[in-house]
Design a binder for this molecule. Structure first.
Ligand code: GDG
Length: 470
């Protein structure tokens, strides 16, 4: 990674540090893990919507973080509840999220969503401009919550270099044109100097949209869009994880003890196989399809009853509709499978509905025999990468949906189509029956690739591209 020069402003919906019970704690997640060290080294400011508690003393909008060795400024934007509901739960999560994931029957829109989204984007832009004034800086916007920010920023300060990373898929034009505000969103995004997506296919979809909707000049091959005198670079940067952290955590003696503890508390049969799924309780992650495949697997291959147990970690995230009804469906299906195949001392599915630490996850990833990622559509999917990085014994198999971005970014995974329940059920059996040498070969291919392509390389590649554009 080239040394990054210049003031860096990161803007995201979520804060890197949240105050809970009076103490500032770092939030979990790949993005914060990757960008926090860069901000600590480089200095700068991270602007996000306030969550958690406000500081009881002094300015409640600005804090220096990390608390034990202050290195950069975290600025919180405290949104009114109605704005937050309509911008975040509304336009972002009930409209853009299902639209971009092509789950069209879940797309839901109200007029108030869009006006709040516009307002909140302008509040974010104002908060950035208060910090940069007329001075040059690099502003890095994160995700689909902030698609209108770049336009305001560029209009008011031409010296800013503005980039945006879109963490979810960009759908084909035929889907995106459902969006009544499509022109405003596309124009907003084209104010960026650089837009990053996980995959080249998302870049192509985005460029097709700006070509058809705005008549922008598009160089599909090289990834440039020219519109109203401005050029935007469009490029794929597949996000990754802190590989070394997971590898280290999974190989620690503590991890072995943690796994033994889990085996005991979950009452897993000593000689049986174990699989795992780790997801936010999110309909795009394909939990229902996975459970249906497991159900069929036990019907088709009864000899695996008692010999295969599946741990599903499903952390409820957005506590609003349609997540509440999705949760009910998932839990009803788990109960049905457990009632149908379970025995007095064995439950086929162990369902965990609370958050575990990443150390616990790394221990579980290494301990189990296989992991299942069955997204019906997913920008990348970090769990798939975390699982690979935690393979100390090189004995695991990753069953990975071909509709997760990670399928293009991890060699050595066993690809599945979550819609094809029978093949999915068969793939579970095949994975369990693979010879150890075959599993090792597959895992080694995945590890070799991910060790090279970790989250630090992702940040480095993006910031290198910014230096080139400058
Ligand atoms: C978006 C895109 C893209 C899960 N359970 C626990 C826990 N997790 C952590 C995992 C992983 C993260 O949540 C989920 O990763 P995803 O990649 O599935 O992320 P999304 O939230 O859907 O985010 C996605 C991502 O952005 C990055 O660009 O990959 O495609 O949808 O890190 O470990 N973490 C902890 N306890 C849990 O129980 N601590």
């Amino acid at each position: 990674m080239s040394p990054f020069n210049g003031k860096l402003v990161i803007v995201s919906n979520r804060e890197p540090y949240v105050r809970r019970k009076g103490k500032l704690e770092k939030t979990a997640g790949g993005l914060v893990s990757a960008l926090d060290p860069i901000m600590q080294k480089n200095g700068g400011i991270w602007i996000a919507a306030g969550s958690g508690e406000r500081s009881p003393v002094g300015d409640s909008t600005k804090t220096t973080v990390p608390p034990d060795a202050p290195a950069y400024v975290q600025k919180s934007i405290w949104l009114k509840e109605a704005y937050e509901n309509n911008y975040y739960h509304g336009y972002s999560n009930r409209f853009l999220w299902p639209l971009c994931h092509m789950t069209l029957d879940r797309v839901f829109l109200r007029r108030a969503y869009w006006s709040a989204y516009k307002k909140v984007n302008s509040l974010f832009a104002e908060a950035v401009l208060e910090e940069t004034g007329d001075e040059p800086a690099v502003v890095w916007l994160q995700d689909y919550h902030l698609s209108l920010c770049a336009r305001d920023l560029k209009e008011k300060n031409r010296k800013l270099v503005v980039l945006q990373f879109w963490h979810i898929p960009w759908p084909p034009h035929d889907i995106f044109r459902i969006c009544p505000q499509r022109k405003e969103i596309l124009e907003g995004l084209l104010a960026n100097d650089l837009i990053g997506f996980h995959l080249d296919s998302f870049c192509q979809n985005f460029m097709t949209c700006v070509d058809r909707e705005l008549g922008a000049g598009v160089d599909f091959k090289e990834g440039f869009v020219h519109y109203k005198g401005h050029t935007t670079r469009v490029k794929a940067f597949p996000i990754s994880i802190d590989f070394e952290w997971f590898a280290r955590s999974a190989s620690s003696p503590k991890a072995r003890r943690t796994w033994e503890r889990f085996r005991k508390t979950l009452k897993l049969p000593q000689d049986g196989y174990v699989g795992v799924g780790v997801d936010r309780l999110e309909y795009t992650k394909g939990l229902i399809k996975r459970l249906e495949a497991i159900d069929l697997f036990f019907t088709k291959y009864p000899r695996y009853r008692r010999r295969f147990t599946f741990i599903q970690i499903a952390v409820p995230t957005r506590k609003v509709e349609p997540y509440l009804s999705y949760r009910e469906k998932v839990e009803a299906l788990v109960a049905k499978i457990n009632a149908h195949y379970g025995e007095a001392d064995w439950e086929p599915i162990k369902y965990i509905d609370y958050k575990l630490s990443h150390d616990d996850l790394a221990a579980i990833y290494d301990g189990v025999d296989l992991a299942v990622v069955s997204s019906i559509y997913d920008g990348m999917n970090l769990v798939a990468k975390e699982y690979i990085a935690s393979q100390v014994d090189e004995k695991g198999v990753l069953l990975l949906s071909e509709f997760a971005g990670a399928a293009e970014a991890i060699p050595g995974a066993m690809l599945i189509n979550p819609y094809d329940t029978e093949c999915f059920a068969d793939a579970i059996k095949q994975a369990l029956q693979l010879p150890a040498s075959e599993k090792q070969k597959m895992i080694r291919a995945s590890i070799a690739y991910l060790r090279e392509h970790d989250i630090y390389r992702w940040v480095g590649d993006i910031l290198d591209e910014v230096e080139r554009l400058k």
